[in-house]
Design a protein around this ligand. Structure first.
Ligand code: NAP
Length: 541
């Protein structure tokens, strides 16, 4: 990339373009800045943070422990930063991400308020041409997408959205000026993690809250609490060991699973372990409370029975309890939620549940929401209706690979990647925590570091060996796609309709997208590929 006098030639392509400045893009920025490569980062938001920038709805909170859901690349950083709660709220996480950007002087590399509109491979020049909505066009040898799996809001397929005369808010793009619910009749549509976290807080001030539930989520109490100074000191003293354990684990966390099956355990032992997980505030604990919870429906049903009892014990109106616990899919096959007082909120006289499986939403009207049984008046509607996950944002980048093929067309029948990192026909393009990698089913901050480190090593390898093009081999890709499907289908995960299977977006192919082979095992596999000189990738000068 140097001019004859050794200085950077401004006409030559950049080494790397990074898209996104959330946890993933920021770590890539850190690594690239340290590497001395010429690069640029584009971020559509006015600040860093990615998903934690946009999802600032009341109650937005992580459900992986703060001491684990944080960067491990700098011991100074992890020793200095003081998390205040077991599960950090969105404002604290955003403060942390901003702190990282400032502490490592990363802001200067990022072009904010800049949306990438096209990413086109130039085969003759063997580089990408990246254009933005600000009119920039830059060329780069490598492109790293760090756009997150949950970053394009899903538009709810409900008639009349635009007709509503009151205030409308989306949890996934919450306004910076906090809405005031006092004295208002609020309708909330959607009961995934975002709905479940926000409903109890909205109910604290609103005059009336009506929750429109289509698919009931499994949710367990978060048991969030302030972190004790002693436990923080103890954790920090062992940070290196904890991080190593996270990296080698199935979930990228410190949760340790049991190896014996629920079907062979006594009722008493099953109950004991389920109760332990309920009190621990950890759905990960429940998923691995026995070895067969996510693989055998009968084992899973024992846990479901336990959770049904819990809901019926908390919610006073037994009809409401039945609706909240009317799960028709196995525990864990949709993302489980952690909540604070979600079920108890339905005991308040001003909180109502509408089961829209039985009483479907017909339309949003100027005055509220009309279901089959009639119209309910609202001053505010909150949409907690989720995301066009995994591929939604990637497709919107306008990526065209060899011969002008659009990524959206190459993946028309579902994502096709090698190791979740690259796609044949799209050379030199790396995806951070995208489909067919562990991504959303594990601690995503660990997954981000794993991917970015691997990509940076691949770039070093390319530089060291005079390699200008790295591309997934179609045969290796086919094998990986089959492997991801086989591992997924050996579990109960693909059974449920959810954003993990694309089922939440009408018209998208039903494919189970994350890789379930385990975070540590996946890490070993990709490390082995690197150590062996990148078999499964075609490397050329
Ligand atoms: P989500 O889990 O996809 O939930 C969306 C909800 O909206 C579902 O209940 C869905 O019902 C409902 N919905 C969508 N369209 C609808 C319609 N037309 N009519 C009625 N209901 C409709 O989305 P999310 O709650 O935003 O969470 C997404 C993911 O973000 C989570 O699973 C998690 O990975 C992440 N997240 C994490 C945290 C955390 O760390 N604590 C917090 C928030 C989010 P159907 O299922 O029937 O379509």
């Amino acid at each position: 990339m140097s001019a004859p006098d050794g200085s950077a030639d401004p006409q030559s392509p950049l080494d790397v373009v990074v898209i996104g400045a959330g946890f993933g893009g920021l770590y890539a920025t850190y690594r690239l800045a340290a590497s001395g490569r010429r690069f640029r980062v584009f971020e559509k938001a006015p600040d860093v943070g990615g998903t934690w920038f946009y999802n600032r709805y009341p109650g937005a909170r992580c459900d992986v422990d703060s001491l684990q859901y944080s960067y491990s690349f700098s011991d100074d950083l992890q020793q200095e930063w003081e998390w205040t709660e077991r599960f950090a709220g969105q404002p604290e996480i955003l403060r942390y991400i901003r702190h990282v950007a400032q502490r490592f002087d990363l802001y200067r590399h990022i072009s904010f308020d800049t949306r990438v509109t096209s990413v086109v491979w130039d085969d003759a020049a063997r580089c990408w041409e990246v254009s933005t909505d600000r009119g920039d066009t830059v060329r780069a040898t490598w492109v790293v997408t760090a756009v997150g799996c949950l970053s394009t809001p899903k538009e709810p397929e409900i008639d009349g959205l635009a007709d509503f005369a009151g205030e409308s808010y989306y949890t996934n793009s919450w306004p910076h000026d906090e809405p005031d619910f006092r004295g208002k009749r609020v309708g909330v549509i959607g009961t995934g993690s975002s709905g479940i976290q926000s409903i109890p807080l909205i109910a604290e001030t609103a005059a009336e809250v009506t929750v429109y539930q289509r698919t009931p989520a499994y949710t367990m109490p978060a048991m969030n609490r302030p972190l004790e100074p002693d436990e923080v000191v103890a954790h920090k003293a062992q940070y290196a060991q904890h991080r190593a354990q996270e990296r080698g684990s199935r979930s990228g966390t410190l949760v340790v699973g049991h190896t014996d099956p629920a079907l062979a355990a006594s009722d008493q032992e099953r109950r004991r372990r389920f109760e332990e997980c309920w009190r621990a505030g950890s759905f990960g604990c429940a998923l691995v409370s026995f070895s067969d919870i996510v693989t055998h429906r009968d084992a899973n049903d024992h846990l479901v029975d336990f959770l049904q009892e819990k809901v019926h014990a908390i919610v006073e109106d037994q009809e409401v309890a039945s609706a909240l616990a009317s799960w028709e899919y196995p525990f864990g096959s949709r993302r489980v939620c952690l909540d604070t007082d979600y079920y108890a909120t339905f005991n308040a006289p001003h909180v109502h549940l509408v089961d829209v499986k039985r009483d479907p939403i017909i339309a949003v009207t100027p005055g509220g929401v009309r279901t089959q049984s009639g119209e309910r008046a609202h001053d505010v509607i909150v949409y907690a209706t989720g995301f066009d996950a995994f591929t939604g944002t990637l497709f919107r980048l306008g990526i065209r690979g060899r011969d002008g093929v659009r990524l959206a067309d190459a993946w028309a029948d579902g994502p096709r990647t090698y190791l979740g990192l690259q796609t044949a026909g799209f050379p030199n393009l790396f995806v951070v925590v995208g489909p067919q990698s562990p991504s959303l089913v594990v601690n995503v901050v660990r997954a981000i570091e794993q991917h970015v480190d691997w990509i940076m090593d691949a770039l070093d390898h390319a530089d060291a060996h005079g390699i200008g093009v790295v591309e997934a081999d179609p045969a290796a890709q086919d094998d990986w796609v089959d492997h991801v499907a086989e591992v997924g289908h050996a579990t109960l995960y693909p059974v449920a309709d959810s954003y993990m299977t694309n089922a939440n977006i009408p018209g998208k192919p039903r494919v189970f997208m994350p890789y379930l082979g385990g975070f540590g095992a996946y890490g070993e596999r990709i490390a082995q590929v690197a150590a062996q000189g990148y078999p499964g990738f075609v490397l050329s000068a």
